[in-house]
Design a protein. Structure first.
Length: 441
């Protein structure tokens, strides 16, 4: 017994870890927490100010993995690992920048550049306060910058997979920042098929028809579909395809998403093999054929919502059923709509009167105490993160194609080394998001 104790006291690794941990700066040494912003699917987000330079940041603290109602402490969530691994490697004006990752008392904190607004806030502000649609310069600039960020991600072989208004941020300088890479995946030579193992893919209102019809293989085109839904929502101030999600049955079979498909068909018409040759091979094809038949009514839908003919043309092409024929991000950026007046602006709010800019993000203070970490550990996490990080770094440094002439910034490969000292952790839970991600199977 005594031997064991004296061994523990002299264990060089233990001494080393204790020294390392005490040298490590804590979140609250570096940042003043200003308040709580939001509790999303995977984490809680806080507004914080850097003590060094007083720059405001958003700090995301991760929740533990949850299996049903049981919280499991098997290391940090897959979502956190992905988000960190991918975020460390990417840098683009229209993708939210990760400033640093802090590990403290087994909790993981991601420090992001702060964005004062998001697309959902812009939509609410227009529908509830201003009671008018977005101006054309604003709508076009938001769309352009969103596509520009997406082109960068797609060139880096990253599918976002959860594009929706709440995940697309805007800084106070009027720059769009794609956020929430928690569901993003690398598409270049994936080790697993994209379908395997992933329970969660895209909030149902923004989910592409190939996913709704059970496609096992899907690609970047799912993000383009989501962009179409987001643009339509910006133009009309409400979700264009607001379906009810069919829930998993007791055997956890993935149900046929009849209602969501009907919402789409009502506007875009029932898809036909002529325009989408792969349609008949999709698992839900027979179920789909049993639904009522609809004609395409998109032009009518646009009439009172999206005026410019070129804008309508772009939307039509973002909503092409066949994923192989759907516009790519690059095609979309080159669309004539962006070449005609008003030309997209670098500051999306450039032509918006100050009184019409959405108010700053609301923060609350009652949630702030949960920044105090909840202890739980697993040494596997070091390895998990290092592995995911190495994988992402390898893919991206070898395969990254750099920026496109249309985008302003170039890519860079990050370093893996800083992940070596990470340890695992958890965070306090929180309430759900109103437009939450949904499980697929
Ligand atoms: N960089 C940021 N700046 C300001 N607010 C942010 C930032 N990142 C996220 N948020 C806010 O927190 C919410 C949840 O963050 P998100 O990254 O989407 O996490 P989740 O996976 O929990 O949805 C966002 O919808 C947004 O309101
Ligand atoms: Mg989110």
């Amino acid at each position: 017994m005594l031997d064991e104790l004296s061994y523990a006291a002299n264990d060089p690794m233990r001494t080393y870890r204790a020294k390392r941990d005490s040298a490590r700066k804590r979140v609250t040494d570096k940042y003043t927490i200003l308040g709580f912003i939001s509790s999303g699917t995977y984490g809680r987000v806080y507004k914080a100010e850097s003590k060094d330079d007083r720059v405001v940041h958003a700090i995301k603290k991760f929740k533990p993995d949850k299996e049903g109602d049981v919280v499991t402490y098997t290391g940090i969530s897959q979502s956190a690992i992905r988000e960190i691994a991918l975020n460390r490697e990417i840098s683009h004006e229209n993708v939210v920048a990760l400033k640093e990752v802090i590990l403290e008392d087994k909790s993981i904190y991601m420090v992001f550049e702060y964005a004062e607004h998001d697309f959902l806030q812009v939509i609410h502000h227009h529908s509830q306060t201003l009671r008018t649609g977005l101006s054309m310069p604003l709508l076009k600039s938001l769309t352009y910058q969103l596509l520009n960020g997406l082109l960068y991600l797609h060139n880096a072989h990253i599918i976002h997979r959860d594009l929706k208004p709440a995940n697309i941020l805007i800084t106070s300088a009027g720059v769009v920042k794609i956020g929430d890479l928690g569901l993003a995946r690398l598409t270049y030579q994936p080790l697993q098929p994209l379908f395997a193992g992933d329970k969660v893919v895209v909030t149902i209102w923004y989910r592409a028809p190939e996913l709704l019809l059970g496609a096992k293989h899907y690609n970047k085109a799912v993000d383009i579909w989501a962009v179409g839904c987001v643009v339509a929502e910006l133009a009309s101030l409400r979700p264009i395809f607001k379906g009810e999600e069919a829930k998993l049955d007791s055997k956890k079979n993935v149900p046929f998403q009849k209602d969501q498909l009907l919402r789409i068909f009502e506007v875009l018409g029932t898809p036909h093999e002529r325009e989408w040759p792969g349609l008949k091979d999709l698992p839900e094809y027979q179920n789909m054929k049993r639904l009522d038949y609809y004609e395409n009514h998109l032009l009518e839908w646009c009439k009172s919502r999206l005026r410019p003919q070129q804008g309508v043309d772009l939307l039509q092409k973002l909503f092409i059923y066949d994923p192989d024929r759907r516009l790519t991000a690059l095609d979309a950026l080159r669309h004539p709509w962006f070449q005609e007046d008003p030309i997209p602006a670098k500051n999306v709010f450039q032509s918006v009167p100050a009184s019409q800019i959405p108010p700053p993000r609301r923060i609350t203070h009652d949630e702030a105490p949960s920044m105090v970490p909840v202890a739980a550990a697993n040494s596997q996490t070091h390895a998990q993160i290092a592995q995911a990080q190495a994988q992402a770094a390898a893919h991206l440094s070898q395969q990254f194609m750099g920026s496109h002439p249309l985008s302003q910034q170039s890519g860079r490969a990050g370093s893996v080394a800083s992940f070596a000292s990470l340890s695992g952790g958890t965070a306090a839970g929180g309430s759900g998001h109103p437009r939450k991600k949904t499980r697929m199977g």
